[in-house]
Ligand binder design. Sequence first.
Ligand SMILES: Cc1ncc(COP(=O)(O)O)c(C=O)c1O
Length: 467
Amino acid sequence: MAELNFLDRYPSYRDTTRLDELRATEYSHLDHVYLDYTGAGVYAQAQLRAHHERLGSRTFGNPHSENPASVASTELVDSARRAVLRFLNADPAEYAVIFTPNASGACRLVGEAYPFGRGRDLVMTFDNHNSVNGIREFARRAGSRRRYVPLVPPDLRVASAAVDAALKPRKGLFAFPAQSNFTGVQHPLSWVEKAHDNGYDVLLDVAAYLPANPLDLSRVKPDFVPISWYKVLGYPTGVGCLVARRDALAKLRRPWFAGGTIAAVSVGAEWHQLAPDETAFEDGTLNFLHIPDVEFGLSWLTAIGPELIRERVRTLTGWLLDRLVVLRHANGNPMCHIYGPTGLDHRGGTVAFNLLDPDGRIVDERLVATEAATQGLSLRTGCFCNPGAGEGAFDIGRRQLRGSARWGVRTIDDYLTMIGLPSGGAVRVSFGVASTFGDVQRLLDFLEGTYRDRGADAAGLAPRLRC
Ligand SMILES: Cc1ncc(COP(=O)(O)O)c(C=O)c1O
């Protein structure tokens, strides 16, 4: 019955049944209800086979050399660079691909080398992952002014007028996520050009966006694009990218050099010359046995069809939102408070919420995490490394936040008590390539069966020690 209602409301789900076939074959190792695609994607068996076949077929050596094993690795790494550019429809003359361990590594490369200083500001949306927020520490040390653009409740979007105001015509770096890893909000990509017009370079964090949405770098031209491939492809871990405009890379000043990054170096004269290309940013030996897996993963995803994945994620997200909004206790009070938009307009497949008890009190997210796990559901709980979205969600004022910084807190529980927050975080559900209607139904059955008409009792839960 529920499925018929769902199909009635989202008929295009029927066009994505190919994904059910793949779930039963290529993704059959998904042995429970996995709902954390914003945390990490899932890999297909084909990706594992391709890895084993490649490694079993010949010898691969350290890329920094001229021997056959080394050349074999270099060729595959370069081929993967080209594949990344093709996937993003980026012109190789305009964009470079720098391999990093993950998106955080890409953010750090930018932060530590960006020419911050007086006259160059850092502007960020409140909605940012900590790996982008952390760039502010480089900016602070260099004496740059930092400005955060606030979120507007209840949808937790950013008002375009506020972006205009923050991007005063000065130089600097503007950093924002294409999709929030907290609320799923998709911020306008048109901000990239707006920022350029105002003299800013742009870091567009696509870590949460790219797994189910296309990015076309021939149309939208951010300067720095951090990516974690395990989020897009499920496998490999340990490989990310900084995709960067070549002219923006030329502005960066690396604070050090390392093996692999230099064209020439002298110890006696304490002199070095960085490599003239993207390898200047690739410290040490690349993950040469896994980088080629990115190329295979991208061809796998392309063959499935990013649009198909997008449509499936869209329909499942719509249905989940529809149902969460109407879940009620017997006394008529809502069971759920959603953070961010409750409709599908300009949002991706990440939904954050808290469960409420019949008196409207928040059910502790640690309880939900434990009970979901015992029922075979992988949900994400906590603050998702996005404190700005959390502060927006709970509407915490600046004065409260400054107090906590002034008095100092040691654990996240201390911090919550100090600023009077009702909860340390939320529950997050996110969808991807192998998600099905059955997964959503299992989640909804669990939520209704476990929390309907039940009081919020947090007794006996382990303390929160970190965000
Ligand atoms: C939006 C966003 N940016 C950056 C990151 C950092 O990714 P990683 O931990 O792989 O470096 C994440 C991870 O969750 C994310 O969701």
